[in-house]
Write a protein that binds this ligand. Structure first.
Ligand code: MG
Length: 250
């Protein structure tokens, strides 16, 4: 044990924490190293598995209902809901959250259709349109080359996945997305959006800047929008499945 650790241990043991902190180096954030005055992290109970929502998450889909989703003014769900998952029905609606989100951690699981009908972009295509504007692509990337910035794990049309972590068609896959919303002030962009994505636990977007709304064959600039907006699951005409969707607001 180093002498500094012995001193710290003694101070903590004798309740001299404040004294200890005040004599320790000050950090750029204003706190001292090992400062006992800092607030304790809020307690969160993790899920039983990485699929399960932690205690502070907003559960958007747990397999039982679509109460958190908007899918048309008639309120008629036209996607299939069974066995704990939702499945896209082509030529119906997309699925949009009723809540609005800004900075967030999003967990979602998806599966491309087991039966392969088409190739490239037409195979298992869907996507998560964060804020309705910034798409993290969903696509069946198993032995299915397409334009790289349109394959699974990509910021659509902007940045391909760092690696292809695809599972086979029909197998459940996960995205864990950390999204930092763009910041606007007085009609100007102050900070672009950034996104980090783990695909089946593998890092595929590393604090990647988003250059503006993601669109097919276009690269539009940012346009001022609200701090929080709904996201939607794209109906691209292929029966992609979804389950275990939850968000932690950041
Ligand atoms: Mg898509």
């Amino acid at each position: 044990m180093k002498i500094r650790d012995v001193i710290l241990f003694t101070m903590l043991a004798t309740g001299s924490a404040a004294f200890a902190a005040n004599n320790f180096p000050k950090l750029p954030n204003g706190w001292h190293v090992h400062d006992m005055e800092r607030p304790q992290p809020e307690k969160v109970t993790p899920g039983k598995t990485d699929s399960d929502a932690p205690s502070d998450a907003i559960v958007l889909f747990d397999g039982t209902n679509v109460d958190e989703w908007w899918f048309g003014n008639d309120g008629q769900l036209k996607w299939i809901m069974k066995d704990g998952y939702l499945e896209i029905v082509p030529k119906t609606h997309s699925l949009t959250t009723k809540r609005k989100f800004g900075d967030m951690q999003l967990h979602i699981e998806w599966a491309a259709p087991e039966t392969v009908v088409e190739e490239a972009q037409r195979r298992g295509n869907s996507g998560i349109y964060i804020m309705g504007k910034y798409e993290i692509q969903i696509q069946d990337a198993w032995e299915n080359p397409a334009y790289p910035d349109g394959m699974a794990g990509a910021v659509y049309g902007q940045n391909p996945a760092l690696v292809n972590a695809a599972k086979k068609p029909g197998e459940w896959q996960s995205y864990d997305i950390i999204f930092k919303a763009p910041v606007f002030k007085n009609g100007e962009l102050i900070s672009p959006a950034f996104v980090t994505v783990f695909w089946n636990g593998v890092l595929v977007q590393n604090h990647q800047e988003i250059y503006g709304p993601t669109e097919h064959n276009k690269a539009p600039p940012y346009a001022v929008h609200e701090e929080k907006l709904p996201f939607f699951l794209q109906n691209h005409g292929q029966p992609v499945r979804f389950r275990n969707i939850w968000v932690r607001e950041l």
